[in-house]
Ligand binder design. Structure first.
Ligand SMILES: O=C(O)[C@@H](CO)OP(=O)(O)O
Length: 211
């Protein structure tokens, strides 16, 4: 066994609340999002984990979530590395559109394909495969080596940038990833083996509220 990797999707954002495609747009957390981050922090505190480093994206909703977690677990001095490689999938021309309006315009099935398929990009944006093409190398070169050295690493990022990581960690294929949704503010604790496979996974909260 080597180290521990904790992944957490940011708390609810203003645009999650308004049901808008967000991608690289940069809305802040809602009050509920702040509460979700604090609840996630409390759950992490109860595990007794002490982190060595934290990674987050260049987007405010993930950075604020991380700040709230660091505060909640009493590790405000944790070194933080921010990188746009961990940003949400770029939703291209869909960014800013209402998801229900998009369903009315293009149909339920097409919108689900844009949101959850592996390799169908929304117009002007990134597919999950494109997202993985930047998230995976970053994980392999910057995050995984630390976990393999035995460090405890926290990553606060986004629904789809984390879904691309879950494909590696949970060994999900392009069909299986279709039905994976991550709830906001719910930490996932992975213990990794020395060969970088997953020894155990624990979800600290209710993932079923994700949609
Ligand atoms: O809008 C977005 O950027 C993402 C995450 O909120 O949405 P979806 O879950 O539809 O991929």
């Amino acid at each position: 066994m080597s180290g521990t990797l904790v992944l957490v999707r940011h708390g609810q954002s203003e645009w999650n609340l308004k049901n808008l495609f967000t991608g690289w747009k940069d809305p802040d957390l809602t009050e509920l999002g702040v509460e979700e981050a604090k609840t996630g922090a409390q759950a992490l505190k109860e595990t007794g984990l002490k982190f060595d480093v934290a990674f987050t994206s260049n987007l405010i909703r993930a950075q604020r979530t991380l700040d709230l977690i660091m505060d909640g677990i009493g590790q405000t001095d944790l070194p933080v590395i921010r990188d746009e490689a961990l940003n949400e999938r770029d939703y291209g021309d869909l960014a800013g559109l209402n998801k229900d309006d998009a369903r009315k315009k293009w149909g339920e099935e097409q919108v689900h394909i844009w949101r959850r398929s592996y390799d169908v990009p929304p117009p002007g944006g990134e597919s999950l495969k494109d997202t993985g093409a930047r998230v995976w190398p970053y994980y392999m070169t910057e995050i995984l080596p630390r976990v393999l050295r035995g460090e405890t690493v926290l990553v606060a990022a986004h629904g789809n940038s984390l879904r691309s990581l879950l494909m590696i960690l949970d060994r999900l294929d392009r069909e299986q990833i279709l039905s994976v949704n991550l709830a906001t503010g719910v930490p996932m604790v992975y213990k990794l083996n020395a060969d970088s496979t997953v020894a155990s996974k624990e979800v600290l909260g209710d993932m079923s509220k994700a949609h």
